[in-house]
Design a protein around this ligand. Structure first.
Ligand code: PA5
Length: 442
């Protein structure tokens, strides 16, 4: 199970912060449980690991098996909340090198998550002449990046397999009753999965949004949900000492209040990179509003100790660190070198994980001495269950944190501004006046 260690944040925190924050946490937890706080209509994720749609879940598993049989490649089209969770879980559980590995499941290629021509062309060339299927994920169906990608890959499927054949290979994850993609999927007869109304994009990894691609990659999604459910029970506890989510939310809020405006998420696993991207969207979109909120940043240790480590140690004192450390799965013993050229023979025969552990401990103390509070999350080995724990833990802390901060953690009004400007500059009908004004400023 996940354990939270706040020892190396304590000296930066008021002595009584856990007791003084308890009433606000109780209130926040109550708002999440009863869906009665700001954005309460989007808190369906709180009980999702227990209450998920079992019939749809079985269809996801069946569709995943079909895709595994029919295709060598699954192209996943989506952006933001319709993208990052699936990629994060696949990379963490199946490796960032998943597509390079020998395996009996399809390659998974993510596209529609940007506007890079080069990346799009590369995806097309990586598919080559292999059989492929498409999972298009978009609640609205009008998100520019993913809608453009879907036009392209739908066209490619229809050219390769004909309209009928393409229909068998397109899986649409979208709104249950509204939107452009819903209309198209109904009209064309694609198999459909639902982005639930009560769950926003960044909280949707444990719905069909994340689960279909994750299952296609060979991950046991039952265990993932069970892990999340276990953590759901822990997060519902009302005794501060037994609830790591309450403790973490209280500590990060108190650090924010006392001037630590950046939270740096650090992990010692390269496979964690996209979990950190997912986490950044979760916290950035949930807390960053009304000119408030911690700025979520991420680093990979020990690699970034040789780059960003300098700033963390001695740059502006604006940040605290949250470190995620998994138990290693295997053992690797450091070989002896008869010449001892690098002077490291004192480590011969020791497990690499022992070196990593001392690096972690040394880094925590160095950063704390440099004025960076440290929160340590220790995890068991990377597995479906432990990843389920972590996803739910971060989601729940995020909900609590938004309410402690006094914002609605479930909206994202700020992401519309660039879209309006982009549509005006692209010459979308109805935006003519705005286009003129913008052009005059550029
Ligand atoms: O969290 C969010 O709401 C966003 O990241 C959306 O998921 C993202 O913009 C994609 O939207 P849609 O699913 O409508 O294409």
């Amino acid at each position: 199970m996940l354990t939270l260690n706040l020892t190396n944040a304590d000296s930066f925190l008021p002595q009584d912060y856990l007791t003084s924050r308890k009433p606000r946490l109780e209130q926040a937890a109550e708002m999440l449980a009863t869906h009665s706080g700001p954005g309460g209509d989007f808190t369906g994720w709180v009980t999702l690991p227990r209450d998920y749609d079992k019939e749809e879940f079985a269809r996801i598993q069946a569709a995943a098996r079909r895709i595994q049989k029919q295709s060598q490649v699954l192209v996943v089209i989506g952006i933001g909340g319709s993208y990052l969770g699936a990629r994060a879980v696949i990379e963490l559980l199946r490796s960032p090198n998943y597509n390079l590995k020998q395996k009996d499941t399809p390659d998974v290629l993510f596209t529609g998550n940007g506007l890079s021509t080069d990346a799009l062309l590369e995806t097309i060339s990586l598919i080559g002449d292999r059989d492929f299927s498409v999972n298009v994920i978009s609640k609205s169906g009008t998100t520019t990046e993913s809608a453009i990608a879907f036009r392209i890959f739908k066209g490619m499927l229809e050219e390769k397999y004909g309209k009928e054949g393409a229909r068998e290979r397109i899986y649409a994850t979208t709104d249950k009753s509204r939107g452009a993609l819903k209309g198209l999927a109904d009209a064309e007869g694609y198999e459909e999965f639902v982005v639930p109304d009560a769950i926003g994009g960044r909280y949707s990894v444990l719905t069909a949004v994340g689960l279909l691609p994750i299952a296609v990659a060979g991950v046991d999604i039952c265990q993932l949900m069970e892990g999340a459910e276990t953590m759901m029970e822990v997060c519902a506890k009302t005794d501060m000492a037994e609830n790591p989510a309450w403790q973490y939310a209280a500590a990060r809020y108190e650090l924010y209040r006392t001037g630590k405006k950046i939270e740096v998420l650090a992990a010692y696993e390269p496979s964690f990179r996209f979990m950190a991207e997912w986490w950044k969207q979760l916290y950035g979109e949930s807390e960053g509003k009304e000119h408030k909120g911690l700025f979520p940043a991420s680093v990979e240790f020990t690699a970034d100790l040789h780059s960003m480590g300098q700033y963390i140690q001695q740059g502006q004192r604006l940040m605290f660190e949250t470190v995620v450390r998994f138990e290693p799965k295997g053992t690797f013993l450091i070989p002896d070198d008869p010449e001892n050229v690098d002077g490291l023979n004192f480590l011969s025969g020791k497990p690499l994980s022992f070196v990593a552990e001392q690096a972690l401990r040394g880094t925590i103390l160095a950063h704390v001495d440099g004025g960076v509070p440290n929160i340590l999350i220790r995890m068991p080995q990377i597995s479906e269950s432990s990843v389920g724990y972590l996803i739910y833990f971060f989601e729940y802390v995020c909900g609590l944190s938004g309410y402690l901060l006094g914002v609605n953690p479930f909206d994202q009004p700020g992401v519309e501004a660039y879209k309006k400007n982009m549509f005006a500059l692209l010459g979308k009908p109805g935006y003519e006046e705005m286009k003129q004004k913008l052009e005059s400023r550029l």
